[in-house]
Design a protein around this ligand. Structure first.
Ligand SMILES: [Mn+2]
Length: 372
């Protein structure tokens, strides 16, 4: 038996993208839908045997009419089955789309929180799964269970957390996955899955989200194409990441150490974005780092204006106002006193504390200079 599967999840359709501008938010909502449709079109055109969706297809239980129409259209265009395990964001509660049977016949959805399976006799595969039926799922549903038909290809399609045995998002310890004994575990829940996937080598993998939705989901995003082959000699699985998103969130640093002119800082921000090769399909955050002159007044919005040729630019000022600050340390007046008081926090190991102290010092220096 040999089969090809497209595995996705954590699409979070109808994410509001509220952190972006009023023009960009609706565009990114459309783009997320387009990315989903591109995956389904790929599945239709490349003749995969099955599509697996490992939960969180929607961002929340209120699904827009437009999105329901899109799912019906894209799923009905497929000649293969689609199997869905609802996750914590789109749980199978009594009002959910999963229960209302709005989807075409080739779509199989787990709606029970107990583990069960859909058999696909023509493909020789059984797909095991379960559903979140509320936001939280506190236990591992695999305990003591095994696939019923060991000679078939057994897939576990699951939304859960392999990184913590006390997770409230369905704990799935790697040892429990191994004991269950599926030929492959197609998982959802972790959007940036590189580290988690390292620990799952040979058992399964998270697909991650197909498109980043904010700077917490930066970098290349993809779906997973799974090739699985099973015969008397054993099981062979290979996976391939396939990208469908047009836009990506990207983060880089601009070292501003020693700078004392805002113009130079803004140009450093623009240069960092350029040197990282960010372009028209990138939503970019530049983090300003390093120690700068305490009197420098950095305006992140002004700095962002300098970053050209990208889809969206944002600047975060994470500099420390401690460059060349000997004159402040020696100041016998109130400015020196403020500086000396804040210095331990300016040099703290905790970034949040450093940030607060940096803002406090800049505010104090501006106030004492009569600028506020
Ligand atoms: Mn998710």
């Amino acid at each position: 038996m040999i089969m090809k599967i497209l595995h996705t999840g954590d699409v979070h359709l109808d994410t509001p993208f509220s952190g972006l501008s009023p023009v960009l938010s609706p565009e990114m909502r459309r783009e997320l839908r387009r990315t989903f449709s591109a995956m389904m079109k790929y599945a239709a055109d490349s003749g995969v045997d099955m599509v697996l969706i490992a939960g969180d297809l929607f961002d929340n239980e209120f699904v827009t009419r437009e999105t329901v129409a899109l799912l019906r259209r894209d799923f009905s265009a497929l000649s293969c089955p689609v199997v869905i395990s609802p996750g914590n964001h789109d749980c199978a509660d009594s009002s959910s789309i999963w229960i209302r049977e709005l989807l075409p016949e080739n779509v199989c959805v787990f709606t029970d929180e107990a583990l069960n399976y859909f058999p696909f006799d023509d493909l020789g595969v059984d797909v095991y799964g379960y559903a979140f039926t509320s936001k939280f799922y506190d236990r591992c549903p695999l305990d003591g269970l095994k696939p019923e038909n060991p000679h078939r290809i057994n897939i576990l399609l699951a939304h859960g957390d392999t990184t913590s045995p006390i997770s409230r998002s369905c704990p799935l310890p790697p040892a429990a996955l191994r004991d269950f004994g599926a030929d492959w575990c197609a998982l959802g829940h972790i959007h940036n899955p590189e580290a988690a996937n390292e620990a799952l080598r040979g058992i399964g993998s998270y697909c991650g989200c197909p498109m980043g939705r904010d700077f917490g989901e930066s970098g290349d995003k993809s779906a997973t194409l799974i090739n699985i082959e099973k015969d008397e000699s054993g099981v062979r699985v290979s996976t391939e990441a396939i990208s469908f998103a047009k836009y990506s969130f990207r983060i880089c640093n601009a070292d501003c150490s020693g700078l004392s002119e805002v113009q130079d800082v803004y140009e450093a921000a623009a240069r960092a974005a350029m040197q990282n090769g960010f372009g028209a399909d990138d939503l970019v955050r530049v983090r300003l780092t390093g120690s700068v002159d305490p009197s420098l007044r950095i305006d992140p919005a002004d700095a962002a204006e300098y970053i050209k040729g990208v889809k969206y630019a944002q600047v975060r000022d994470e500099t420390s106002p401690t460059w060349n600050a000997g004159w402040l340390a020696a100041d016998k007046g109130i400015r020196g006193e403020v500086y000396r008081t804040l210095l331990p926090k300016l040099e703290s190991a905790d970034p949040a504390q450093r940030d607060t102290a940096a803002r406090a010092l800049r505010y104090a220096l501006s106030a004492l200079a009569g600028e506020l």
